[in-house]
Write a protein that binds this ligand. Structure first.
Ligand code: G3P
Length: 214
């Protein structure tokens, strides 16, 4: 499974990239707004740090305007992937962008039928917001499981992104289900890598080694 970092914070992205396990980055308007920097500069800076897909979202709601916005954003860097919301206008735009060979990430996806539609529109990536489904009392990973079956049934080239991740267990379960990608906030990435028994083990090994030095 590919691991993306879900962040627009340059320090977090640099730090996570230095661990050597990050394959790409996803941003959204809320994440970019939180950092307060210029959108274009932020995306270009991220592309310098991570050599993989970097998602940047359009803000227009009408397909023609989405396509124009996407064509503009796509000139910022060769690795930019255009995030498009999963609406009928968004699907129209995704189809057009696929014909223009511009990579897309159809986002704000909450059902397996939306995944089917996004795949038919030629989406490069499709982002299911697992955490927001769970927050609403639904089962986000069940939607992922059903969607993966659908994509496999028809040999779809679209890759499923497990997004809106709140805990390390979601990443683990997404990988066990065979999801193509999980996009994970920095805090959850750290939680995935750390274990108190690893720290305790190091402490004990170093303490025991002191007797060898004497
Ligand atoms: O970037 C898309 C998604 O991961 C957002 O997550 O936590 O705002 O539901 P969240």
């Amino acid at each position: 499974m590919k691991l993306f970092i879900d962040s627009a914070n340059i320090d977090e992205i640099k730090q996570a990239a230095s661990w050597g396990i990050i394959d790409g980055v996803t941003t959204n308007p809320s994440l970019v707004a939180k950092e307060g920097g210029d959108f274009k500069e932020t995306v270009r800076e991220i592309c310098k740090i991570v050599n993989g897909p970097v998602s940047a979202e359009v803000l227009s709601l009408e397909s023609g305007k989405m396509v124009a916005e996407a064509e503009h954003i796509a000139t910022w860097h060769k690795n930019v992937v255009i995030k498009i919301p999963c609406t009928t206008e968004g699907l129209k735009a995704a189809r057009k962008l696929s014909r223009l060979k511009i990579k897309t990430n159809v986002t704000l996806v909450f059902s397996a039928n939306q995944v089917l539609a996004a795949a038919k529109a030629g989406a490069t990536f499709i982002s299911i917001f697992v955490g927001r489904l769970d927050d609403a009392g639904e089962n986000g990973l069940a939607v992922v499981e059903e969607s993966l079956k659908i994509l496999k049934n028809y040999d779809s080239k679209s890759e499923l992104i497990v997004a809106s991740v709140r805990s390390p267990l979601t990443v683990q379960k997404a990988a066990a289900l065979g999801a193509h990608v999980a996009t994970v906030p920095y805090k959850v990435l750290e939680q995935m890598l750390k274990h108190s028994l690893t720290d305790a083990g190091i402490e004990r090994f170093l303490k025991d080694w002191e007797s060898v030095k004497k």
